[in-house]
Write a protein that binds this ligand. Structure first.
Ligand SMILES: CC(C)(COP(=O)(O)OP(=O)(O)OC[C@H]1O[C@@H](n2cnc3c(N)ncnc32)[C@H](O)[C@@H]1OP(=O)(O)O)[C@@H](O)C(=O)NCCC(=O)NCCS
Length: 168
């Protein structure tokens, strides 16, 4: 499958990853566990983990603009009875927000997984207040399945999340 926004990670992308993720506006919308400040070594080990991941379990790409890496997207298979279900996550460098790029990336990643794997459901759980991410999912054809009330604690605040999915 031909991608326009996505490509495989390369070790040389580390500096661009640092630029994209070393930003509280990005990190405040992601899970905990990502270092801040985020170092070149952090980016290198992130890229290595993506390159080393099991090819049947993790589908992860750099998001690009004119060949430059500006973000990250991944779809990760769950286990046990959920093994045909996968969770998606993504982020974009703030200077590239609002141009439709995340929506394109989501469409491409989901198309790939439905075309090349046996996964039948991809879901995402943005914070309910992350209106941009909710909108991305809606524009990419995901269905809103409900509010996950008080489903997370982020920066000391208890937050609702929203569950979106797309099925094959
Ligand atoms: C969420 C994120 C990926 C969106 O990327 P993006 O490329 O700007 O998204 P798009 O341009 O494709 O679409 C954004 C949509 O949200 C809308 N939007 C943005 N901010 C909004 C707000 N505060 N209220 C309502 N809608 C908003 C935009 O208008 C656009 O919708 P439209 O095309 O109908 O006008 C990006 O903001 C990001 O990386 N955020 C930090 C990390 C993150 O939240 N990751 C997702 C975790 S679930």
């Amino acid at each position: 499958m031909e991608f326009t926004r996505l490509r495989a990670w390369q070790e040389s992308d580390a500096a661009d990853v640092v630029h994209a993720i070393n930003n509280k506006e990005v990190l405040n919308n992601l899970r905990d566990g990502i270092p801040y400040p985020y170092s070149l070594a952090d980016a290198e080990s992130f890229i290595r983990s993506r390159l080393d991941a099991d090819k049947n379990e993790a589908f992860a790409w750099a998001i690009t603009d004119n060949g430059r890496v500006i973000g990250s997207i991944g779809i990760f298979r769950k286990g046990n009875i959920h093994r045909l279900t996968a969770e998606m996550g993504y982020y974009l460098a703030e200077d590239f927000w609002g141009k439709g790029i995340a929506t394109e990336a989501v469409r491409e990643a989901v198309s790939y997984v439905f075309l090349h794997t046996d996964i039948v459901r991809v879901y995402a759980e943005p914070f309910a207040r992350n209106l941009a991410s909710c909108r991305v999912l809606e524009k990419a054809g995901f269905t809103f399945e409900g509010v996950l009330r008080k489903n997370a604690i982020k920066n000391g605040e208890i937050l609702d999340m929203r569950l979106y999915s797309i099925v094959r």
